[in-house]
Design a protein around this ligand. Sequence first.
Ligand code: FE
Ligand code: FE
Ligand code: ZN
Length: 278
Amino acid sequence: MFWIGCHLSAAKGYLAMGKTAKRIGANTFQFFTRNPRGGSVKALDLEDIAAYRAFAKENGFGKILAHAPYTLNACAADARVLAFARQVMQEDLERLAHLPEAMYNFHPGSHVKQGEEIGIVKIADMLNCVLTEEIQTKVLLETMAGKGTEVGRTFEQLAAILARVERKEQMGVCLDTCHVFDGGYDIVSDWEGVLRQFDEIIGLESLCAVHLNDSKNPLGSRKDRHACLGEGTIGHMAIAEVICHPKLRDVPFLLETPNELEGYAREIAWLRTIRKGE
Ligand code: FE
Ligand code: FE
Ligand code: ZN
């Protein structure tokens, strides 16, 4: 099944996102759990969630992706920033208990001056603290471009975090095509090889979602500037190969390209022609 969608504004609630997704040809979507650059959160609207779930069932929607705010740094040096990250993650996961269709994706964090080893330990500690028996939501580490002191640029770093997490069955990875390319993985000339590395180091069974973006910068630039599909350094051909890989048939693909809804609709329509009939 081809699960395709894009990032949507959560301002009008879940049912509104579902309807928008359907209108632009999507059968999944991503949204921010709260203001991406802040921390404030709206009251939970259980009626809206119930209405969305009925809508999603009727329309054959797949898993959706809840994205944590950028301000969440699970390996911050500052104790207050770290406490804020834990609180946000805990609260987000409690809220997502009402939405079993959602997976939770977050940027592992920036170690600032502590070094990646300490960063890795802190991120895993945070997950071990937050992931309790009551929480059923799948939690995904996003692959990062490696700008600044971001942890999660290499598959080895992600594997090292996962290895330290106790509730491994609840964890997964979201591969961002712009980030891995900027991070130095050549998905343009060797997608097969990059996936093989992912499989050897992390395990393909952990690949739970893909962020589908072109990149404004060259391979290994460590920049993280998304481009519309075909307008960047990755290009249409490589994007087509990404979505057609036989081992990724059931993985949801989410666009985070710099688009308005019409642009997303066009990209989704094009992607559907590549995965025709699904
Ligand atoms: Fe992200
Ligand atoms: Fe992303
Ligand atoms: Zn990005």
